[in-house]
Design a protein around this ligand. Structure first.
Ligand code: COA
Length: 396
């Protein structure tokens, strides 16, 4: 790491940042896209590595609001555009930038840092745990017969998405406020999404939009025979979910409808034959790093009482420790303690448990949680259970 400097970004660095973003992720971003995302970057949220006049590393965070179980809206630093030039990889630049950036995130008082990962093997060492799962579901529409008990709530319209930006944003906002993992999405990001740059369509059509008062589907169509890919499906109510799927199932001439979804999606149960819905892919989606264990554990609600002393190892910074966690009537107190830990885990594992998707018993079976009786592990699962399944708000 000699001859390079880790520092704040200056205005003059942005052409280099744009070039490094394009090199890292394989596509050139529009200046308008950069401008939209930069509205979410507070002063001091960009760290670069400079080699002479070249930007050879970059890491940024966005000022986000994260929904946690129970519906509290909590500040979170959303890490994004993390990249190191292929000329400078595997010599510690990412680690150096992360050390600096996480000092800043802790200094700004964020209880969480969150990210979505390009590869699954990078971020555990930095205390991030995969907390939500994205699935890809493919519906063979030709054989998809809706179940006879399914209501026909109606209310879906075909609309121009840009003209309906505020309606889409309003529906999304209701959805993200009650969904753990939900993220506030400011209007500049809506404008960027709906700008629908032709080179961001992956060879498919421009957006089509189905709008319901409590939900929407944004999709693209491609190929012959035709297939449809729903990039964003948001339903605040089960009625909206059914109504939107009735419309998608009605897309005659389309063979398959593919949707980015989540493990608790009721979609297969809508059809006579659940096999018309295949899960073709499942992978980590939102990664959570808890920056302040007591603040984070006290921010969410719980489904059962609990008394446990947890040891949390942070191999990256010193945000771990031993904590007494007590839950009564859904609310937690969490304080550092000198008592011996009954259950021990690394910080990334606590991040994986936090939104209620992953099970303590399963993680213990993989030796990712140590100690604790079967009853204590079952008690952790009961307490961390959630009413509303966690799901990432939107990709960033
Ligand atoms: C991922 C990337 C940022 C890593 O940068 P880097 O400077 O080479 O990383 P470092 O040398 O600082 O490595 C830090 C640690 O992460 C590990 N690591 C780095 N890249 C890794 C990868 N792709 N998979 C698994 N581990 C990785 C290193 O082995 C090292 O481990 P250690 O410190 O525990 O020994 C860089 O390869 C890159 O820009 N990739 C393309 C863009 C991308 O995927 N960005 C991430 C977006 S989420």
């Amino acid at each position: 790491m000699t001859g390079v400097e880790v520092r704040d970004a200056t205005d003059g660095d942005w052409p280099g940042i744009a070039r490094l973003t394009a090199t890292s992720f394989g596509s050139h971003w529009h200046p308008e896209t950069f401008a939209a995302w930069r509205t979410l970057m507070p002063t001091g949220s960009t760290v670069v590595v400079a080699d002479g006049e070249d930007v050879v590393g970059m890491a940024h965070y966005l000022d986000f609001t994260l929904t946690v179980p129970g519906g509290a809206l909590v500040p979170a630093a959303g890490l994004t555009w993390v990249g190191v030039a292929p000329t400078h990889r595997r010599r510690g630049l990412l680690r150096a930038m992360f050390a600096e950036l996480h000092d800043r995130i802790a200094g700004a008082g964020y209880p969480f840092a969150v990210l979505t990962a390009s590869e699954g093997g990078i971020y555990g060492r930095f205390g991030y745990g995969a907390a939500t799962t994205e699935t890809t579901l493919v519906v063979d529409r030709r054989f998809a017969r809706l179940h006879a008990d399914l209501p026909d709530p109606g209310g879906v319209r075909l609309v121009d998405p840009r003209e309906n930006r505020d309606r889409l944003a309003e529906v999304y906002d209701r959805y993200r406020r009650h969904t753990p993992g939900g993220l506030e999405r400011p209007l500049p990001l809506w404008d960027d999404l709906l700008a629908d740059w032709p080179d961001s369509r992956g060879g498919s059509t421009a957006w089509f939009c189905l709008l319901h008062p409590d939900g929407y589907a944004l999709y693209r169509s491609h190929g012959r025979p035709r297939s449809v890919r729903v990039e964003e499906f948001t339903a605040v109510t089960p009625q909206a979910h059914v109504a939107l799927w009735r419309a998608l199932a009605g897309l005659d001439l389309v063979e398959t409808v593919t949707v980015r979804s989540h493990p608790a999606d009721p979609l297969p149960y809508l059809f006579d034959d659940a096999r018309v819905v295949r899960t073709t892919h499942a992978e980590d989606e939102l990664w959570v790093r808890i920056m302040d264990v007591p603040a984070a554990l006290q921010a969410r609600t719980y489904a059962a009482d609990l008394d446990v002393v947890i040891g949390v190892d942070d191999g990256f910074r010193s945000d771990g420790g031993i904590f007494a966690l007590t839950v009564r009537d859904g609310h937690a107190t969490c304080v550092p303690t000198d008592a011996p830990a009954e259950i021990t885990m690394s910080l990334d594992v606590l991040g994986s448990l936090y939104l209620g998707l992953h099970s303590a018993r399963t993680l213990a079976a993989a030796s990712r949680i140590r100690g604790g009786s079967a009853e204590q592990l079952a008690g952790l699962d009961a307490a961390f259970g959630v009413d509303v399944a966690a799901r990432l708000g939107f990709h960033f």
